[in-house]
Write a protein that binds this ligand. Structure first.
Ligand code: 6PG
Length: 468
C-alpha cells in the first residue's frame, strides 16, 4: 500500500523529522541520492514503524498517496530550485510540496508562484530544534497556502513539541510567513547566543572556572530564566576533550560560523526601518570573530585596562544574571517588533500570539520568558512592542539597575560586551521621550535643504542657516 508522507533529503534533519512522523503512526518514505543515507533511514527507524528509504525520486513520488504530501529538507538556495525542477514533472495537480529548510522568504514567494501556476501547492515551513528536536518534537512554523496546511496539519501537530499538551505548530500567516517567522527566530537566536557568550566572558574574567561556570548557568536555568540555550551552555562547560585532556570549550577556536539567517534578519530589518540592534551586533560580532589574525595584532597594540572585574564575585554573578535577563528581553522585543511591522508591510497577517506560542517549546529560543510574552500578546495583540506591556516592563525595571552596573564594569575593564551595550542603548533610546535627532534634522537642512518639522506647528520647513 501507499505511503502517507514523503521526504526529500535525508540529512540529519530530514531523517529525524521523518522518523518522528513514523513514530506517530504515519507510513513514510524518504528519498536521498546517497545510498548510505537512504539505508540509514531504515536502520534507525523504530521497530514496528513503516519507513522506507529510496534512492530514486520517481520511486518515492510513485509510492505516495494522493494528494501527495512531500517535504524537502535540502540546503537553502540553489539545491531547493534544483529539487523542484526534477520534482515538478513527477507531480499531479493538487499535490503539496513543503520546503522545511531555512530558505530566504523572497525565494519562497517566487517558488509559491511558480508552483501555483503549475497547479501544485507549495508552502514554506520553518522548523527549529536541531537534530534532537526533529526526532522528538520540533517547533514548526508553517505559512502560506492555508488549504495545503490543512492537509498536513494532523502530521505536523503529531510530530511537534508539546507545551501544556498543545502542539508547537500553528498557521502563522500568508505568503512566506512561515520562513519569515523562522528567519526572525534565528535572528533572536543569534542575539541571545551572543549575549550568553558575553556573560560567559564577564564571569570568566571574574575568575570563575568551568566547574563554577557550569554551576552558575545551571542555577540560572533552574529559575525564571530557564531556557534551552542556558541549559546547553551549562552542559558545555563540563564537556571533556580527549585530544587535549582539557575541557573542550577551552580548545575551540573563537571564530564563529554562520549560514546567513541572522544576517538576513538584519538586512530585512534595515529595509523595514525596524531597529534590531542586538541582532545586528550579534551578526557583526560573528564577523569580527573571523578576523583572528588582526585581533591578535591589535591585542599587542592596545593593552587591556588594568581595572579588574569585579570587586565582589557573588554580587557580580547576580548582576550579570540580571543583565542577561534584561538584554534577553530586549532581543525578543526587537524580534517581535520586527514581526509586528513585517506582518503589515508584507501583508502576511502573522498572528503574533500564535508565533510566540509556537516558540514556547521545541525551538532553539524556547524559554520561560515566552510564556510571559504569550500572555502579554494574548491580552493585547496590537501592542507594537513588548516593552509597552506591563508585565514585561516590570521584568525590565527590576533588572535595569544591574544591567547598568554590568555595562559600567565591562567598559572599565575593557571587556567585549557589544551585545549587552546594544541592548541597553536600545532601551535608553526607546524609552527616551526626546532624542537629540533634532540636531540631525538641523544638519540635514543646513547642508542639503532636506527640511524639518517643528514641535510647535505643523508643516515642513527650510531655513537659510547662517555661517558664523
Ligand atoms: C534551529 C536553528 C537551525 C540552525 C541555524 C544555525 O532553529 O534549529 O536555527 O536552523 O542551527 O540556522 O545557523 P548558523 O549556522 O547561521 O549559526
Amino acid at each position: 500500500s501507499l505511503y502517507e508522507f514523503g521526504m526529500i533529503g535525508l540529512g540529519v534533519m530530514g531523517r529525524n523529522l521523518l522518523l518522528n512522523m513514523a513514530d506517530h503512526g504515519f507510513a513514510v518514505i524518504g528519498f536521498d541520492k546517497d545510498t548510505e543515507k537512504a539505508k540509514a533511514l531504515e536502520t534507525s527507524a523504530t521497530a514496528g514503524t513503516r519507513v522506507k528509504g529510496v534512492v530514486s525520486l520517481e520511486e518515492m513520488v510513485g509510492q505516495l498517496q494522493s494528494p501527495r504530501r512531500i517535504m524537502m529538507l535540502v540546503p537553502a538556495g540553489k539545491p531547493v530550485d534544483e529539487v523542484l525542477e526534477s520534482l515538478r514533472p513527477l507531480l499531479a495537480p493538487g499535490d503539496i510540496v513543503i520546503d522545511g529548510g531555512n530558505s530566504h522568504f523572497t525565494d519562497t514567494l517566487r517558488r509559491v508562484e511558480r508552483m501555483k501556476a503549475a497547479g501544485f501547492h507549495f508552502m514554506g515551513v520553518g522548523v527549529s530544534g536541531g537534530e534532537q528536536g526533529a526526532r522528538t518534537g520540533p517547533s514548526i512554523m508553517p505559512g502560506g497556502d492555508k488549504e495545503a496546511y490543512d492537509h498536513v496539519k494532523p502530521m505536523l501537530e503529531a510530530i511537534a513539541a508539546k507545551v501544556n499538551g498543545e502542539p508547537c505548530v500553528a498557521y502563522l500567516g500568508k505568503g512566506a510567513a512561515g520562513q519569515y517567522v523562522k528567519m526572525v527566530h534565528n535572528g533572536i537566536e543569534y542575539a541571545i547566543m551572543q549575549l550568553i557568550s558575553e556573560s560567559y566572558r564577564l564571569l570568566k574574567s571574574a575568575g570563575l572556572n568551568n566547574d563554577q561556570l557550569h554551576e552558575v548557568y545551571k542555577t540560572w536555568n533552574a529559575g525564571e530564566m530557564q531556557s534551552f540555550l542556558l541549559e546547553i551552555t551549562a552542559d558545555i562547560f563540563l564537556q571533556p576533550d580527549d585530544k587535549s585532556g582539557q575541557r573542550l570549550i577551552d580548545v575551540i577556536l573563537d571564530k564563529a560560523g554562520s549560514k546567513g539567517t541572522g544576517k538576513w534578519t538584519s538586512q530585512e530589518a534595515m529595509d523595514l526601518a525596524v531597529p534590531v540592534t542586538i541582532i545586528d551586533t550579534a551578526v557583526s560580532m560573528r564577523s569580527i570573530s573571523a578576523y583572528k589574525d588582526e585581533r591578535v595584532q591589535a591585542s599587542k597594540v592596545y593593552a587591556e585596562p588594568k581595572i579588574p572585574v569585579p570587586a565582589e564575585t557573588k554580587l557580580f554573578i547576580d548582576q550579570v544574571k540580571d543583565a542577561l535577563q534584561f538584554a534577553t528581553v530586549m532581543c525578543y522585543a526587537q524580534g517581535m517588533a520586527m514581526l509586528h511591522t513585517a506582518s503589515e508591510a508584507h501583508d502576511m497577517q502573522i498572528p503574533l500570539p500564535e508565533a510566540v506560542k509556537v516558540w514556547r517549546g521545541g525551538c532553539i529560543i524556547r524559554s520561560a520568558l515566552l510564556g510571559t510574552f504569550y500572555e502579554a500578546l494574548k491580552s493585547a495583540p496590537e501592542v507594537p512592542n513588548l516593552l509597552l506591556n506591563k508585565a514585561v516592563s516590570e521584568i525590565v525595571k527590576s533588572k535595569e539597575h544591574n544591567m547598568r552596573a554590568v555595562i559600567v564594569q565591562a567598559a572599565q575593564a575593557g571587556l567585549p560586551a557589544a551585545g549587552f551595550m546594544a541592548a541597553l542603548s536600545y532601551f535608553d533610546a526607546y524609552r527616551c521621550e526626546v532624542l537629540p535627532t533634532n540636531m540631525v534634522q538641523a544638519q540635514r537642512d543646513y547642508f542639503g535643504a532636506h527640511t524639518y518639522q517643528r514641535i510647535d506647528m505643523p508643516g515642513s520647513f527650510h531655513t537659510n542657516w547662517q555661517h558664523h
